[in-house]
Design a protein around this ligand. Structure first.
Ligand SMILES: *Cc1c(COP(=O)(O)O)cnc(C)c1O
Length: 526
């Protein structure tokens, strides 16, 4: 059941509880303003610009000229402005509050990075410009590549991949190319992936045509080394392992794992998206890793989320370096040159990942972050990220349940056993956080833990901010235990949209607005 507001839209479904705030005539709540689709705001004929009537002319389109309306909404300039500003205000962001989404490293994006990225020499370059006119941009890519190799202790890096998952694809394609060069592409088809892996890992392996074989986790949240060794054989191409892993723990047996996979003739892919916990402290190259992507948009603070651009450079060991994809930058005779074609060098590149060079804006931001922090600052950031997570874990362990004994790395993992018998589930708990003004943590991931709640506070939160967050979660946990289920079952009560039917949205998505045909999703759900 739902009631209608002034615009004939349903106002929140399932809101008929003691917690329902007043419904308003406009649909606005306080200063949170209701906003329809731009097509629903259409006033035919309205326009933000005055165009002159075209002079008489004879079309040369041979009768294929459009006859009907083009179908764009008519709005004035202030209406368009308000529409997009209102939408932007509905978007929770790291700039609006603590964003504890585990495995995502939602940390502050320093504004200095933005200033650098907007310098015309970086912001206005075009990838097809002659190389001698973009020497500074090439130098910047080369300098960033240098520091990525330095921080990881690896001899080569592919800069072009445009996200973490794209980096995984790049790394696994290099492994595939190395196996082909050995004549083993037909025999080594199996990739070992721990149960706790990020979902992109098995997806990447499968996409290239490998079969995925899962390695179980131990009671204490690590890779089961015995089970892993038992799975090694002449058909194993690689292991894909995350370190620190998605339970927020450091894989202590990583060198033993690297040695064993190499002895069996396979390669070691490491998912380095969690580099934020160890940058400046551990060099993955020293651990025996052959390929690893680095998410510049996580560890090196370039903005992401909501579809923002990513950048996932991949570092390679000596064994895989020759197969790295085009392009790369070389510095010779006092100039920078992008190697863009096979045959321009001695390597055996497997091809290329992108049309051009990668995400220039992200490169500038990441290098600005690195240079403004320095080696000591990067180490400090990692240490503070780990400290913040442990502070949360230690502060909440008595009211929320932690599946593994601490200390943790940069993420604190809880399970749902503290909610047993309360009638409140992980999902309800997370939705109640929205009413408190927090973006929820990562839920139901990693899969190895029941009702998982993965919290990554990052190093950029102040102690006051962490204390308020901890006090809020403590209040929610105690409220659930007192049986105040109403606070959770219908949450969020105070968000612009109430609890959505996520299953229906996934199963029957309405992807196209058609005049008069589309019902609001909540109505269709009834
Ligand atoms: C974020 C993340 C990825 C994927 O990175 P995208 O840039 O989102 O593609 C992969 N693995 C882990 C562990 C991650 O945290």
């Amino acid at each position: 059941m739902s009631s209608m507001n002034a615009k004939g839209r349903p106002t929140g479904t399932g809101a008929e509880t003691g917690f329902a705030p007043h419904e308003t005539f406009t649909g606005n709540r306080g200063l949170v303003q209701e906003e329809p689709l731009i097509f629903e705001l259409d006033s035919p004929g309205a326009s933000g610009v005055d165009l002159d009537e075209p002079e008489e002319f004879a079309p040369r389109l041979g009768g294929v000229a459009r006859q009907g309306r083009i179908g764009l909404p008519g709005l004035s300039e202030p209406e368009v402005m308000r529409h997009y500003v209102r939408l932007s205000q509905k978007n929770y962001a790291i700039d609006s509050g603590l964003y504890p989404l585990g495995s995502c490293t939602m940390k502050h994006n320093p504004r200095l990075n933005e200033k650098m990225a907007r310098l015309p020499g970086f912001g206005d370059v075009h990838p097809l410009q002659p190389q001698q006119t973009v020497q500074g941009a090439l130098e910047l890519i080369d300098t960033l590549a240098h520091w990525l190799k330095e921080l990881t202790g690896m001899p080569a890096v592919a800069m072009s991949p445009k996200a973490g998952a794209h980096g995984e694809l790049c790394g696994m394609m290099a492994i595939d190319a190395a196996l082909r060069a050995r004549g083993e592409e037909g025999t080594r088809k199996r990739v070992l992936v721990p149960e706790s892996a990020h979902g992109t890992n098995p997806a990447t392996a499968a996409q290239i045509g490998f079969t995925v074989d899962s390695i179980p986790a131990t009671e204490d949240g690590h890779v089961d080394v015995k089970a892993f060794k038992a799975k090694l054989g002449p058909d194993v191409a690689a292991i894909m392992l995350t370190n620190p892993n998605t339970c927020g723990l450091f894989e202590r047996d990583i060198i033993e794992i690297a040695d064993a996979v190499h002895e069996a003739g396979g390669y070691f892919y490491c998912d380095g998206a969690n580099f934020n916990a160890i940058a400046g402290r551990v060099r993955p190259g020293d651990l025996g890793i052959d390929a690893m992507h680095i998410n510049l948009h996580k560890t090196f603070s370039t903005p992401h989320g909501g579809g923002g651009p990513g950048a996932g450079p991949v570092v390679f060991s000596q064994a895989l370096a020759p197969f790295a994809p085009l392009p790369w930058i070389v510095h010779e005779k006092g100039a920078y040159r992008a190697i863009e074609h096979e045959g321009e060098s001695t390597g055996q590149p497997f091809g290329r990942m992108t049309a051009f060079h990668g995400q220039m804006g992200m490169f500038v931001r990441a290098l600005a972050y690195m240079l403004s922090h320095g080696a000591d600052g990067i180490r400090q950031a990692s240490e503070d990220a780990v400290l913040s997570a442990n502070y949360i874990l230690a502060s909440l362990k008595d009211v929320m349940s932690a599946p593994y004994e601490g200390p943790c790395m940069h993420e604190a993992l809880f399970d749902d056993s503290f909610l047993k018998g309360t009638g409140v589930e992980t999902l309800d708990f997370a939705k109640a956080m929205i009413d408190e003004g927090y973006h929820p943590m990562t839920m139901y991931f990693p899969l190895v833990v029941h009702g998982a709640m993965l919290i990554e506070p990052t190093e950029s939160e102040s102690k006051d901010s962490l204390d308020l967050f901890i006090a809020t979660l403590r209040d929610l946990a105690e409220s659930a235990k007192r049986g105040e289920t109403e606070r959770f079952s219908g949450a969020p009560y105070l968000a612009p949209r109430r609890r959505l039917d996520e299953t229906l949205a996934a199963r029957k998505p309405i992807l196209r607005w058609q005049h008069g045909r589309n019902e609001p999703a909540s109505k269709a759900a009834e």
